[in-house]
Design a protein around this ligand. Sequence first.
Ligand code: ZN
Length: 57
Amino acid sequence: MKCPTCEKQIGLDWLEDECIEPNLDFDCPHCDEVLRYEIDEGTYLGAQHITIEVVDD
Ligand SMILES: [Zn+2]
């Protein structure tokens, strides 16, 4: 998955290493944009689908 702002890769491994929970704000490690991610576990293939969005306050 990619940061929506700088389009650099953000790995799930990195999120787990940093103990970043879904739906909580975090800073992109590349561009410091404030981001949030969601996990949708309801896909028919059984794979997790992760969405990253920019937090726009
Ligand atoms: Zn970024």
